[in-house]
Design a protein around this ligand. Structure first.
Ligand SMILES: [Zn+2]
Length: 390
């Protein structure tokens, strides 16, 4: 109780005095606590505690009288955003915090920050049915009371789906390097529609692996999550997004859309499913179907050694990896070309598995066949998601 004497001599307001015992009692606010303390002192000790007006209080300097101004700032800044949950954080002058700590105890006292955030939160809640969420809010408001400035942190919107790609000139994500005009990436095709629906400031596509630009993605499709940055609208119609993308004539198709969370992105990127490919293989000479079938059989069930392909070695570190080829079969032969099907572990470079990449992949189909073979066209026709480890 003696702390109050210290305070009363320091020219603080009723609320700041009450906050010294802010953790004691429920159903009353700190100004009320201040009044109770004043009453107790006058009743028991005939002591007349004097409090300052909030505006001239040595601790809060009347900041609680500015709550409505801060509320308006927040309402103004957030007006164009759709959000259901929010969090308020605040920064105070170091002097205020230090000044307050002189009187405060761990056990009984509440900090000015805590009271401020709570009181501001109450004023915002009275506007709508929005809720506080301290773990994962749609918007976090960071109010700096030193400069009366406000920052908004808007949570990204994450949408999961699978895509199929029917063209051989669409990269998965935006081209990083300049150069000649390229076709839109999958990321842009979906992202531009998503921007139209959400009003987001930017977007990013996270794929569960990626195929080469010239490889089509068919069959059951590849999983992806598209992230919309700072979306103004969150409750968009995913059916509408799907229709917009699929009817755009861009050569891609998306399905199985659903809202998901950031946590899902890591999970998705770590997935390593086996994949089945179909390749159109070319030889400088007429292909011997019998010999090619024999070579394909030899590759079936093999673990291959694969050095980072020459074509990507400038961009990726040169290392040797082991990959399992589960099955290789010949679907048909037509003169200088053959259609083959390969099922292999995630991360296998299929073009190099066929050509050998100057001995950097061993064993390889060309070597086993005994003549040069190259992949002319490649499609992913199935991703084995339903199987464990493949
Ligand atoms: Zn005060």
């Amino acid at each position: 109780m003696w702390r109050i004497f210290d305070i009363s001599g320091s020219g603080v307001c009723r609320r700041c005095a009450g906050r010294v015992y802010g953790k004691v009692g429920t159903g009353i606010d700190n100004a009320m606590r201040g009044s109770i303390i004043q009453f107790i002192f006058s009743l028991l000790w005939k002591e007349d505690l004097k409090f300052q007006d909030e505006d001239s209080c040595a601790i809060c300097h009347g900041i609680f009288g500015r709550l409505d101004i801060y509320r308006e700032m927040i309402m103004d800044a957030s007006r164009e955003y759709e959000f259901r949950t929010f969090l308020i954080g605040s920064r105070f002058d170091a002097d205020i915090i230090q000044n307050e700590e002189r009187f405060h105890s761990e056990t009984y006292s509440e900090s000015i920050k805590k009271e401020f955030n709570r009181e501001l939160g109450k004023r915002l809640q009275s506007f709508s049915d929005r809720e506080f969420d301290k773990d994962d809010p749609d918007i976090a408001f960071q109010l700096d009371t030193r400069y009366d400035s406000l920052k908004l942190q808007v949570k990204s919107l994450f949408i999961y789906g699978t895509y199929r790609k029917f063209r051989r000139d669409i990269p998965q994500t935006r081209w990083i390097y300049g150069g000649p005009e390229k076709s839109d990436s999958l990321e842009e095709i979906i992202g531009k529609k998503l921007s139209g629906l959400t009003g987001c400031s930017n977007y990013f596509l996270h794929g569960a692996g990626r195929e080469d630009v010239d490889v089509r993605m068919l069959g059951n499709g590849r999983e992806f999550i598209i992230e919309a940055w700072e979306p103004k609208k969150r409750s968009i119609d995913l059916g509408e997004l799907k229709t917009m993308v699929n009817s755009s004539g861009s050569g891609i198709e998306i399905s199985n859309l659903k809202f998901t969370s950031k946590r899902h992105v890591q999970e998705l990127k770590a997935s390593d499913y086996y994949k089945t490919y179909e390749a159109l293989v070319q030889s400088p000479d007429a292909i011997d179907g019998h010999k090619l079938t024999g070579a394909a059989q030899k590759l079936t069930g093999k673990v291959i050694y694969q050095r980072t392909p020459l074509r990507v070695s400038g961009r990726r570190s040169d290392l040797t990896r082991h990959r399992e080829v589960r099955e290789t079969s010949v679907l048909g032969v037509d003169g200088f070309t053959a259609r083959i099907q390969i099922t292999a572990q995630a991360g296998t470079y299929i073009k190099e598995l066929v050509s050998g990449d100057h001995g950097r992949t061993e064993p390889n189909l060309a070597h086993l066949y005994g003549s040069e073979l190259t992949v002319r066209e490649l499609d992913v026709i199935r991703i084995h998601r339903s199987e464990i480890n493949g």
